[in-house]
Design a protein around this ligand. Structure first.
Ligand SMILES: [Zn+2]
Length: 69
């Protein structure tokens, strides 16, 4: 898997950047804005909200200056 491909990916929900996180057994693409972690299965990112894992840990998220409205 070309890591550059993973780096190109953005969150399907907010189109924000994803953090590529490796664990001992798996890889995930984390969106801090949505607090979701998308699984990477066999090197293929699964960019589905229904497949994403909710992040329970509360970490400081820099609020992006988005204009809503
Ligand atoms: Zn997002």
């Amino acid at each position: 898997m070309d890591n550059r491909l993973l780096e190109m990916l953005v969150c399907p929900l907010c189109k924000g950047p994803l953090e590529h996180v490796r664990t001992a057994t798996s890889r995930e693409l984390v969106c801090h804005a949505d607090r979701l972690a998308f699984p990477v299965r066999d090197g293929i990112p699964v960019m589905l909200e229904s497949e994403a894992r909710s992040l329970e840990s509360v970490d400081t998220v820099a609020a992006a200056p988005t204009s809503v409205g």
